[in-house]
Write a protein that binds this ligand. Structure first.
Ligand code: HEM
Length: 228
């Protein structure tokens, strides 16, 4: 695809991401700027958009379907909240998010329970680090187990249950808990978190507004995930 784009590139006719990248890359090279925009990086950014950016959100949407089938009363409560605040005549938008705390709590509970990136990405320590009596020598690889927090009974009480209410306070407002870390945390937190949460809200709200999800012939899909 990149080779095709290079052959047909026209600076005055930029209609997709690859053309936009090529235009900017050439502009910076012409100005002899120090730039990381090269063809190798273009391939990597596209891989990121597919692996980090598409597969994750799509898998979370599929998990939401599985949970809505297993918990029809939760699906019904989401539907009613959408009906009461948006209705059927228009599509949901991001402006509706604050009016749909139960839908938001349901999405958060899917992100917690489905736990689709339990080991985040590998990192390394830049210098020797002492932690709880252990020494992590400079350069050693660290794999953080996000599921040790997302599925911790001391934090959630009943982490195996699917319970959107654990993200709502007594008045039904969404509570942000420090332990809610499906996108990891710190300086290398998921770069696409806000985009992912926007996509999840818009896709799922629209789907629940328009459809009712029921199992085929009463057959429930499994709640056991397959890593990778
Ligand atoms: C439900 C959706 C998603 C989940 C659960 C998720 C989760 C994660 C996690 C756990 C990490 C590792 C952070 C770490 O190593 O500490 C990560 C990194 C990353 N994610 Fe996501 N992600 C999602 C969607 C997206 C989207 C939509 C994009 C881009 C459009 C994206 C782009 C990235 C990138 C570029 C990184 C690497 C950041 C870095 O190393 O600085 N992700 N994501």
């Amino acid at each position: 695809m990149i080779e095709e784009h290079l052959k047909n590139h026209d600076d005055d006719n930029v209609d997709d991401f690859i053309h936009a990248y090529i235009k900017e890359m050439r502009l910076r090279k012409e100005k002899q700027e120090d730039t990381t925009l090269d063809l190798e990086n273009l391939q990597r950014v596209i891989a990121d958009l597919f692996v980090a950016g598409t597969e994750t959100t799509a898998t979370t949407i599929r998990w939401t379907m599985v949970y809505l089938l297993h918990y029809p009363e939760i699906q019904e409560r989401c539907f009613r909240e959408i009906q009461e605040n948006i209705g059927q005549s228009r599509r949901p938008s991001m402006k509706d998010k604050t009016k749909l705390p139960y839908v938001e709590a349901t999405i958060m509970e899917v992100l917690r329970r489905a736990d689709i990136a339990p080991v985040a990405l590998p990192h390394a320590v830049p210098h020797d680090v002492q932690f709880r009596g252990y020494t992590f020598p400079k350069g050693v690889q660290i794999i953080a187990m996000l599921d040790s927090v997302l599925q911790d009974p001391d934090v959630w009480g009943d982490p195996d249950n699917f319970r959107p209410d654990c993200f709502l306070d007594d008045s039904g407002t969404v509570v942000k808990r420090d332990e809610f870390i499906p996108f990891s945390l710190g300086r290398r937190v998921c770069l696409g978190e806000s985009m992912a949460r926007m996509e999840l809200f818009l896709f799922l709200t629209t789907m629940i507004q328009r459809f009712k999800f029921v199992p085929v012939d009463g057959q429930m899909p499994s709640l056991d995930g397959i890593m990778g």
